[in-house]
Ligand binder design. Structure first.
Ligand SMILES: [Zn+2]
Length: 248
């Protein structure tokens, strides 16, 4: 039986001289792993080898968790030059693809997450985010919160994750703890050895996400570091692309 969907390519590994195994995130069907037979041949059904971050309409057969599906068609919009030329954008997009792959299950659809990810790619490819790393970081941070929300792991940011009291945001210290899964107030921080103290600006942005739009690049970097700590705690290891996001 053939299944049609629209998908983003998250990951590609060589399977043989001529074929690739691809991890695709389908809008309606969720993540699938599929073999793209002959995709590396000069004349294949796929218009060239498949690349991470390309997206388009797919047709595949074999809707089954235990075996690889077989990809029969993929009409991707190629990764455009802008993303290739902007290293910061490319590395942020590859980190997002890695996290999405690691945190979602096969055949578990997340339509909102798919739509947000496509919009993220379009914004940074078409330069809507501007060439500035700061604008790309804002979009990456928002996308990561959508991802955490969708998989049920969104940290608590509206109040202290331990005592549940709201923050006054009056300059008192605020911490983030991965083991508490959220922000922690000064009265509770002693109980969480893994906590890190946030700068007042980063704490304000996390407690009120709308303030991200005005944040400086340094504050955004601090928030992204906090998110990477959070993902590292969830995954048991740092995401591979994390270090590249800060080296760009
Ligand atoms: Zn507290």
């Amino acid at each position: 039986m053939l299944t049609k969907d629209r998908a983003i390519c998250l990951r590609v590994v060589d399977y043989s001289e001529t074929s690739q195994v691809v991890t695709l995130f389908g809008r309606l069907g969720g993540k699938i792993r599929a073999i793209a037979k002959g995709s590396k041949r000069p004349k294949s059904a796929f218009e060239g080898p498949l690349e991470p971050l390309s997206f388009g309409d797919i047709v595949f057969s074999g809707f089954n968790k235990d075996t690889l599906a077989t990809l029969t068609e993929f009409g991707p919009q190629p990764v455009r030059g802008e993303l290739r030329r902007n290293l910061a954008a490319l590395q942020c997009a590859l980190l997002a693809a890695e996290l999405l792959d690691l945190l979602t299950e096969e055949y578990d659809p997340h339509v909102d997450l798919f739509d947000h990810f496509v919009q993220f790619l379009l914004d940074i490819e078409e330069g809507k985010a501007g060439p500035e790393r700061r604008d790309i970081l804002i979009r990456l941070i928002l996308l990561q919160f959508v991802l955490l929300h969708e998989v049920g792991l969104r940290p608590m940011l509206s109040a202290c994750a331990n005592c549940k009291r709201a923050f006054a945001l009056d300059g008192r210290e605020i911490y983030f703890s991965v083991s508490a899964n959220g922000l922690i107030c000064r009265d509770c921080e002693m109980s969480f050895p893994d906590k890190i103290q946030l700068s007042p600006k980063a704490a304000q942005c996390l407690a009120d996400i709308k303030q991200l739009a005005q944040a400086s690049e340094a504050t955004l970097d601090e928030i992204e570091q906090v998110l990477i700590r959070h993902f590292t705690h969830i995954l048991g290891r740092p995401p591979k692309m994390a270090k590249h996001v800060f080296s760009a």
